[in-house]
Write a new protein. Structure first.
Lengths: 530, 353
């Protein structure tokens, strides 16, 4: 009897639960069976491996954050598509004085935020001063060398002590997106280190871009919807953009092929090569480069602390064979500046075993084993560092240079790299902002140069080239200085640039997919395929 | 047995249970303090600077930012002081702030943990149901064809790498056949339910949203299937062995001799008698599912505890690492406590002292 009763109770429970869920109906406004057809606007689904940390532009300095914040918060200047050679007007136009120390920005008339209020100079002042005040922001370094003042309601001037032609590129960074100051101040925003607006900005967007936040989740997905008050010249093309966190590139590929997403951002060159049919492929060199360096400090490298060993390694490598590991779209690193930036060299080093042997003899190398340190858990553009290091090892063995591999996780390997205690290492470098000056740290006594134990006294001519490039007041003269700097490094620097890994995107039914080192892709530029 | 004896025994059991639970809770607290010490020391001795790992190149060169980060996360204080601050905060329910996201670790775990619990609970229920049937059949037909087939199947379940199975099943059922939905917990066109428990099925049911409920259930299916295969294999072999032992016991022979129907023998005597080792293994399997699903989570883009732990570890996000360590410790301690308590319920011979 008891058994029969309990069976009935279970059966009734199941029926009740089903009735409860099926009769009440779907009541979420968005929970309809939308197939996400992007050809009529609709929903665009983008898969990427999240590096998202915040929805607050002033605190953001990671790639996924840039991708998401870019269409929400407009900047004073911007870039068009994948062309990063020269910034173009965004919310403002710019004029610069002859000394390249005063940059005057004039805002477009009548541009509005998502609440309908007008963008003015006070908003620009607040957005910049807020970032200047937030020393704990990763983006704070972008504004440490500048001063800003309001000229009138439509005009601000940014000034610097030294010539600063990188400023136009810096102000394109989404961390310098212009916020609606009134709303942010109402919600805890300040221009000092007491700012408490991050939580508010994680849930609400207050920009002037074509999209605004609908929902924001750091671990799953971010949903953007059109900003109804947008009055710029690039209105939203989709009713809804869903950017999902899909960490596995294989899953991104499967989702795209299965029709669950429209755009995959983290595919390797090999994965892109697997795609057939109606998928659009966008594969080309990215903005990061992988390089080797031989430490020039006597304390670290002893007798081998001379540029000749670096030269021997530079000419002993077969770069075409290394490139085979990188897949479609990657290119040889022709110098420390990747090909998309002014000053990049046209051609790279070609293997020359005779020159390598001569340099090796001059270096005093005695056949001892060098330890190659590298991070092994952060592939760049699908290039696995361990595989690359193994190939470097085998190629150098043929040139009688013996190395042993010492891989370690990024989080632990970063210490010897940053502290300059690595004798021989493989690392990567990407720009802090879309400008060639982001690669001047490879100069002697600069950030990466110091890590490689390379003081200015060791290469005073190259140190002068760094100064010339940094202080140039003319664009052409500046580009020439960068090219000379990159050439000199290839001649006598401690660095061996290897590969510029590809950024490979695959999409279905989407136009306007272009790589940009600032924000990876510009969601605002994406349109349903015609 | 007299009524007075029964009453006395009942009183003894009545007072033993709360005392036992209290003892176990005290032990558990001590154990968890031990967990915090071990995780704290481990995170402290890991070679690497968490602040250097957290900051990008430009920020790393900005002394003001580095100093602000060190101060905010207490990295400028001596180790014992940091541990003391951590413990005091812990008592107040504060697991610290993630270095990577600047958000409270507790808030982040409150999102990641339900995602994993949902898939783990469903996997355990499915695994137990399937394994009970297969294990019992195998034991009843020991040495014959059904037993051989089930043993081979369970061996396959134990041997197939779970991450590989996840990739294959996802490609086959989603991409090739179109029977399963895409990755994640929900289709991109849907909004998550208002958070009550964090378990999407429960929250959608509470919200009365049948579209969301069905979609969440469909997204749960493949991860559960993949995770269940190993657990089914494990439990089936255990259940088979346990049932075989009980089958040869006197009380089962007596029940058969009395002519009791087979279904009643299995439900009322056999499985109950075999339940203790099964329960132990079930507890272990549940704990493993809660804390060890990182690869499956990655393949199905399931934002659970495994993914959170992995991201915390590779980014040297020490507060998050310690938070995960503590949560996993609590899970195992809790499961062990429940299993031990159920022992006394399932087998009256097990007395609580």
């Amino acid at each position: 009897m008891a058994t029969r009763f309990s069976r009935r109770a279970v059966a009734l429970g199941i029926v009740g639960a089903l009735a409860l869920t099926s009769c009440s109906g779907g009541n979420s406004s968005n929970n309809s069976n939308n197939d996400g057809d992007s050809t009529s606007g609709g929903t665009l689904v983008v898969d990427t491996a999240f590096s998202l940390e915040t929805g607050d532009p002033g605190r953001n300095y990671v790639p996924t954050g840039n991708t998401i914040l870019r269409p929400i918060y407009e900047t004073l200047l911007t870039f068009e598509g994948g062309d990063e050679s020269e910034p173009v007007p965004g919310l403002a136009t710019m004029e610069v004085n002859d000394e390249a120390t005063e940059f005057t920005f004039t805002l477009d008339e009548g541009r509005t935020f998502s609440d309908g209020s007008v963008v003015d100079a006070d908003d620009v002042m607040f957005s910049f001063e807020r970032l200047m005040g937030m020393e704990a922001s990763k983006a704070n370094h972008l504004v440490v060398d500048i001063d800003i003042e309001k000229i009138d309601t439509q005009t601000v001037m940014i000034s610097t002590d030294e010539p600063y032609l990188q400023l136009p590129a810096i102000v394109t960074n989404p961390a310098l997106g212009i916020l609606n100051s009134e709303v942010v101040i109402e919600n805890g925003g300040t221009t000092d280190d007491t700012d408490a607006a991050e939580e508010f900005l994680n849930g609400t967007s207050v920009g002037s871009g074509p999209y605004q936040l609908d929902s924001f989740n750091l671990t799953t997905q971010v949903v953007l919807v059109p900003n109804p008050e947008y009055n710029g010249d690039q209105p939203a093309q989709y009713d809804r953009i869903v950017v999902r966190n899909v960490t596995e590139a294989a899953t991104q590929l499967t989702n795209l092929r299965g029709g669950d997403s429209h755009l995959a951002l983290d595919l390797s060159g090999d994965q892109v090569a697997q795609l057939e049919g109606d998928f659009d492929i966008n594969a080309g060199p990215g903005a990061q480069q992988i390089f080797l360096f031989v430490n020039q400090s006597d304390e670290v490298s002893g007798d081998l602390a001379n540029p000749k060993l670096a030269e021997a390694i530079r000419y002993a490598l077969d770069y075409d064979a290394l490139l085979e590991l990188s897949g479609e779209g990657a290119s040889q690193a022709t110098g420390v500046i990747p090909p998309m930036f002014p000053g990049a060299l046209d051609g790279g080093i070609e293997q020359d075993l005779d020159r390598a042997a001569a340099a090796l003899e001059e270096s005093g190398y005695d056949g001892s084993t060098l330890t190659l340190r590298f991070p092994n858990d952060q592939p760049i553009g699908g290039v696995d560092f361990t595989t690359l290091a193994e190939r470097v090892q085998s190629q150098l063995a043929e040139a009688d240079i013996n190395i042993e591999l010492a891989p370690a996780p990024f989080a632990t390997e970063i210490d010897p790299y940053v502290n300059g205690t690595a004798e021989f290492a493989m690392w990567y470098w990407g720009p802090d902002f879309a400008d060639s000056s982001s690669f001047l740290p490879f100069g002697p006594s600069e950030t990466v140069g110091t890590r490689a134990g390379w003081p200015a006294e060791a290469a005073p001519e190259i140190a002068d080239l760094v100064t010339q490039a940094r202080n140039a007041t003319d664009v052409d003269e500046r580009e020439q200085a960068f090219a000379e700097f990159a050439t000199a490094l290839q001649e006598e620097g401690p660095f061996i640039p290897l590969i510029v890994p590809a950024r490979s995107f695959a999409s279905s039914g989407v136009d306007g997919v272009n790589y940009n080192s600032n924000w990876t892709i510009d969601l605002a530029e994406l349109t349903p395929a015609q | 047995m007299t009524t007075a004896t029964k009453a006395a025994r009942s009183r003894t059991r009545g007072s033993a249970l709360p005392r036992y639970i209290l003892q176990r809770l005290i032990t558990s607290v001590l154990l968890l303090i031990g967990v915090t010490i071990v995780t704290f020391i481990l995170t402290a001795i890991v070679p690497g600077d968490p602040i250097a790992a957290a900051l990008g190149e430009g920020a790393r060169e900005n002394e003001a930012t580095v100093a602000a980060y060190r101060e905010r996360y207490g990295m400028d204080r001596p180790l014992p002081e940091r541990y003391w601050i951590y413990l005091v905060s812990l008592v107040q329910g504060d697991l610290g702030t993630s270095i990577r996201t600047s958000r409270p670790v507790l808030e982040e775990l409150a999102v990641a943990l339900p995602a994993t619990i949902e898939v783990a609970v469903a996997s355990v229920i499915l695994s137990l149901a399937v394994a009970l049937v297969l294990g019992t059949i195998a034991a009843y037909r020991a040495g014959r064809l059904p037993d051989q087939v089930i043993r081979v199947l369970s061996l396959i379940g134990l041997s197939v790498p779970t991450f590989w199975l996840a990739i294959i099943t996802y490609r086959f059922f989603f991409m090739e056949l179109g029977w399963a939905p895409g990755s994640g917990r929900l289709s991109p066109t849907l909004n998550p339910p208002p958070q009550v428990t964090g378990l999407y099925l429960v929250d959608f049911a509470i919200d009365g949203d049948h579209v969301g409920f069905i979609d969440a259930a469909a997204h749960l299916a493949l991860p559960v299937l993949v995770l269940s295969l190993f657990t089914v294999g494990l439990l089936t072999r255990f259940i088979r062995t346990s049932v075989l032992e009980v089958l040869s016991s006197d009380y089962i022979r007596a029940a058969r001799a009395k002519g009791l129907p087979g279904r009643r023998i299995i439900g009322g005597y056999l499985l109950r008698g075999a339940s203790l080792p099964i329960l132990t293994m079930l507890g272990i399997a549940f704990g493993s599912l809660l804390s060890g699903t990182v690869l499956v989570e990655a393949i199905f883009a399931w934002p659970g505890l495994g993914t959170y732990a992995y991201n915390a570890a590779i980014n040297l996000d020490l507060p998050a690492v310690m938070g995960v360590g503590l949560v996993v410790g609590v899970i195992y301690v809790g499961i062990n406590l429940v299993v031990d308590l159920m022992y006394s319920v399932l087998d009256p011979r097990v007395r609580l002292r």
